[in-house]
Ligand binder design. Structure first.
Ligand code: NOJ
Length: 541
């Protein structure tokens, strides 16, 4: 047993990320809602999760499905309004499940009253100061003020038509044109966020996932991207939201004052948590967000980025633990979310992709720290290749149809039955079409099946819950290069075979395996948990 002092609830929690549009629809409009979540809470109780993270449910025109907030202190009627959230919080709390919400401080919706006032007021009006309006450059100001690109594709600037009908100023939007970036230098911006934080915390919300937590602050003068005078942020692959070479759009130092402001509010609510979306891959830079007066947790996307390759997985784990150590904060683990392809498909799709996803779930759930499971992951759902005509993600349009966008990981969840919409809704006209072959993947079909992915997740989460608070370290066991094997501080071992041939199992009693084992062998694409007792320092090879 650990002698550590009692840690906060979130330091080893399993969070369930719930995309409200896609979880369960209670009113038959084809879009999931909060009463749908409340009605299906039994699933989450059975799964054993500690907390929910709800993707945004605030009032929104839904240009980016809620990440474009028009009223940050009300729930959109599409999701059932405020009363539905109150019902969910109450029911979840009675079931011992915490409820955290998404918070979007970097930008608002273009329909937010502040932005409408900024457009109506014309150049120089005080309302424009809450956003980042600038004159264009070149003849007649016809070119954008700098070369920044939107994360969703195309320029990060849109030119407005002024109230007198003339072509006018430009405003900055790091995402869609419907998501104007706020000017965090304006005193009303932090003051309004404080009101929002207290509003939800006073209503019983247990904390926030903070969108684009490495955004918000912009460098003075808004220097061009690629300016060699700017630091190299060290991620040449430029995935969504991550920093590239000389990228001034994110991770500006001024962001830390904003996080200190958020923390000073959270300090009045000692049980509440913040987790930042931080696409920063330098460990020291990442750790800065987790200083004692900033965020409690930082999303760590290293496992999301790792291929199904032992060296990549080991490096991802090592770096995540190193960043957590630097920050003196629990490491966090996630394999997927609403922005990336589901891991079954990332790892190759079909039976192989599923086997690998199950194996990686055991790796993730074995590690010390906080875990985020994305809805549908517990069912082994694959990404869906959606036809062009049904795609809704603004990424598809803004990228000029070169990026298919994120709809494929947001398809509604299948609950029961053999045909669409599998109990998701009373209507088959779901907001994204569901595949016709998901009958075997429904919650009902997987419940009680000892071999199902749902059963695997339930068992793993239950076993994980029974473990002592873990230190932030793992000890690597000697293995062949295709195997990832580590022992945690309580002696438990997790081993994953990412190679092409079976390998001998490490010693110890098998607690759980992601797939069938063969005569003391760990087959390819399989992971196993072994108990403390009989485990030696080395694998049997
Ligand atoms: C990150 C969110 O995860 C993503 O879904 C959203 O589109 C952008 N931030 C903009 O808010």
């Amino acid at each position: 047993m650990s002698t550590e002092p009692e840690q906060p609830w979130w330091s080893r929690a399993v969070f369930y990320q719930l995309y409200p549009r896609s979880f369960a629809d209670s009113d038959g409009d084809g879009v999931g809602d909060l009463d749908g979540v409340t009605a299906r809470l039994g699933h989450l109780r059975a799964l054993g999760v500690d907390a929910l993270w709800l993707n945004p449910v605030m009032v929104s025109p839904m240009a980016d499905h809620g990440y474009d907030v028009a009223d940050p202190r009300d729930v959109d009627p599409l999701f059932g309004g405020m009363a539905a959230l109150d019902r969910l919080i109450d029911t979840a709390h009675r079931a011992g499940i915490k409820v955290t919400m998404d918070l979007v401080p970097n930008h608002t919706s273009a329909q937010h009253p502040w932005f409408r006032a900024a457009l109506a007021g014309g150049p120089g009006c005080p309302a424009r100061l809450r956003y980042l309006f600038r004159d264009g450059v070149g003849v007649g100001g016809a070119l954008p003020p700098n070369n920044w690109v939107s994360v969703f594709g195309g320029p990060a600037w849109t030119r407005v038509t002024e109230p007198d009908g003339s072509p006018g100023q430009w405003y900055l939007h790091l995402f869609d044109a419907q998501q104007p970036d706020l000017n965090w230098e304006h005193p009303e911006v932090p003051a309004d966020l404080e009101r929002t934080l207290r509003f939800w915390l006073d209503r019983g919300v247990d904390g926030f996932r903070i969108d684009v937590a490495h955004g918000m602050s912009k460098p003075p003068g808004l220097p061009d991207m690629g300016d060699p005078g700017l630091p190299d942020m060290g991620d040449p692959e430029l995935p969504m939201l991550a920093l590239g070479k000389h990228d001034p759009r994110f991770n500006h130092d001024g962001v830390h004052a904003i996080h200190r402001g958020i923390r000073s509010v959270l300090d009045d609510y000692p049980d509440a948590v913040t987790v930042g979306e931080i696409w920063v891959f330098d460990n020291a830079d990442f750790a800065k967000y987790l200083r004692p007066d900033e965020l409690y947790l930082g999303f760590n996307f290293r496992l999301v980025r790792a291929d199904f390759d032992a060296a990549e997985i080991r490096t991802a784990i090592e770096n995540s633990l190193a960043a957590a150590e630097l920050a003196d904060s629990p490491p966090t683990w996630t394999l997927s979310n609403h922005d990336v392809d589901r891991e079954v498909s990332r790892y190759g799709g079909g039976a192989t992709g599923l086997a690998r996803a199950r194996a990686m779930a055991l790796v993730m759930l074995a590690l010390p720290g906080t875990v985020f499971v994305y809805n549908g992951e517990e069912l082994g759902l694959p990404n869906v290749d959606l036809p062009v005509e049904v795609r809704q993600d603004p990424v598809w349009e803004r990228s000029g149809h070169t990026e298919r966008g994120r709809d494929g990981c947001r398809v509604p969840l299948p609950w029961c039955g053999d045909a669409v919409p599998y109990g998701f809704s009373a209507t088959a006209a779901t907001w994204l079409p569901m595949p016709g072959d998901w009958g075997p993947l429904t919650v009902a079909a997987q419940t009680g099946d000892p071999a199902s992915t749902l059963t695997l997740f339930g068992r793993a989460i239950a076993l994980r819950r029974g473990r002592a608070q873990l230190e932030r370290t793992v000890r690597w066991l000697p293995t062949t290069p295709e195997v990832v094997a580590f022992r945690c501080a309580d002696g438990w071992v997790c081993a994953l075979n990412a190679g092409a041939v079976p390998v001998p199992l490490p010693g110890g009693d098998v607690l759980l395996a992601s797939g069938p084992l063969q005569d003391g062998q760990l087959p390819p694409d399989t992971a196993v948990w072994l108990s403390a007792d009989a485990v030696g320092d080395s694998t049997r090879q």
